[in-house]
Design a protein around this ligand. Structure first.
Ligand SMILES: Cc1cc2nc3c(=O)[nH]c(=O)nc-3n(C[C@H](O)[C@H](O)[C@H](O)COP(=O)(O)OP(=O)(O)OC[C@H]3O[C@@H](n4cnc5c(N)ncnc54)[C@H](O)[C@@H]3O)c2cc1C
Length: 379
């Protein structure tokens, strides 16, 4: 087991870096966090929807102070077609600033400290920042989607960065306890409406032209006041997790659900695997655990996303209708954190075959894309 005197430096005091810090502290380490901003939790770059399981499954209990609303399902639409999914208490809406701040309680964080360069020396690293140099035996990059640690440490990734835009608006939601999901392209690009539970909504989008898409969408709110605007990057893909005594976690490591772009659950679970590996003085255990738990799910969802992004509108409309007709099945077996279970159930149903046939025809029309998709199939 590793000596607790080993110096662990975590770059980035987002939710994942802070949760890792808490786990390490719990294990007897004294981690140091470096954060480029002056405080934890701001600016907010998140819609703040998390599955209920997040508050039930983690190794260290999470404070519930940040919970603002409880979600009982979703209204899902694509063009003129729509359906409702009823899933009582499936998710929570959280205040991300409070969520992150609660996770940071009691940690040692150097604020206004921006990581710039990493220099390996013997067993450890010199970390150069705008605020001086730090030594670390183990460095963790929890520095978000545009991770400088990833680049400086030479870790490889096939990720694609998507852009999300969001407005917080003062207006009553159409559904006080349902999320609205309006697909721009099923099931990859979408606009969301989230009821905060206090007379505010969060309306955001991840789509090819997110800024225009969002402005067009909010026209339906007839000039309701926009209280806050935020934007952020969403890394979709896969990434090398470790190199020597360097590890990436959270958005820095592309630990994001490829279909919904949610990253909090994956990031916090990954932090648990990483804390365990640091305790055992073997970062490869982190890679192993992550692969065992999530690699297959992510690869299947990446493949599905890639196919959907490249399908024509006629095929997408057909797939959407099929999903709508099977909403009851999704209500029953759908899992907020595990989306591939839905594909398997639909694929196992013979009534799906005509829709799969249409999908295959769509793929055959584009052989280069078909080859690329097959190469992405999980091994
Ligand atoms: C518009 C939008 C909506 C989203 N909605 C949801 C949602 O509803 N549910 C969900 O689960 N996920 C959502 N996500 C994704 C979620 O926000 C991320 O997965 C989550 O924040 C990842 O946490 P993290 O700690 O890995 O990274 P981050 O939250 O990005 O934290 C990284 C931290 O590192 C700091 N940092 C960065 N660079 C440096 C540097 N060079 N030096 C020092 N510090 C640095 C940053 O200031 C930041 O504090 C959304 C993302 C976007 C963009």
């Amino acid at each position: 087991m590793i000596k607790k005197t080993k110096k662990v430096v975590i770059v980035g005091a987002g939710p994942v870096g802070c949760y890792l810090g808490q786990l390490l502290k719990h294990q007897g380490f004294e981690p140091l966090l470096l954060e480029e901003h002056a405080e934890v939790g701001r600016p907010v770059q998140c819609a703040g929807i998390v599955g209920r399981g997040l508050f039930e499954e983690l190794r260290l209990p999470l404070s519930q102070k940040s919970i603002q609303n409880i979600i009982d399902g979703a209204s899902v639409s694509y063009k003129e077609a729509s359906f409702i999914l009823n899933r009582p208490k499936v998710a929570y809406i959280i205040d991300r600033a409070i969520f992150d701040q609660e996770l940071s309680q009691g940690l040692t964080i150097e604020f206004n400290t921006r990581f710039e360069e990493l220099h390996p020396i013997k067993e450890g690293y010199i970390i150069k920042t705008n605020n001086g140099e730090y030594y670390a035996d183990i460095v963790v990059g929890a520095d978000g989607p545009n991770s400088r640690i990833r680049k400086s440490g030479g870790l490889t990734s096939d990720m694609k960065l998507y852009r999300g835009y969001q407005y917080r608006m003062k207006t009553a939601p159409r559904y006080p306890n349902m999320v609205e999901v309006d697909y721009v392209k099923p099931f990859s690009m979408f606009t969301w409406v989230i009821p905060e539970g206090n007379g505010f909504i969060r309306v955001g989008t991840i789509s090819p032209n997110p800024y225009q898409e969002l402005n067009h969408f909010v026209e339906r709110y007839n000039g309701a006041e926009i209280i806050e605007r935020n934007a952020g990057a969403i890394p979709i893909g896969t990434c090398q997790l470790t190199r020597g005594n360097l590890a990436l976690v959270g958005d820095a490591a592309c630990q994001i659900k490829p279909i919904t772009s949610g990253g909090i659950y994956y990031g916090l679970k990954a932090a648990e695997f990483l804390a365990e590996a640091i305790k055992e003085d073997n970062l490869l255990l982190y890679e192993k655990r992550w692969r065992e738990e999530f690699e297959q799910e992510i690869k299947i969802c990446l493949l599905a996303r890639n196919i959907m992004e490249n399908m024509g509108e006629d095929v997408l409309a057909r797939i959407f209708s099929y999903v709508r007709d099977n909403a009851g099945l999704i209500e029953k077996i759908g899992d907020f954190e595990n989306h591939s279970s839905i594909f398997w159930s639909l694929i196992g149903n013979p009534r799906t075959y005509p829709t799969i046939g249409a999908l295959v025809m769509g793929l055959i029309k584009n052989p280069r894309f078909l080859m690329r998709s097959l190469l992405r199939l999980p091994k």
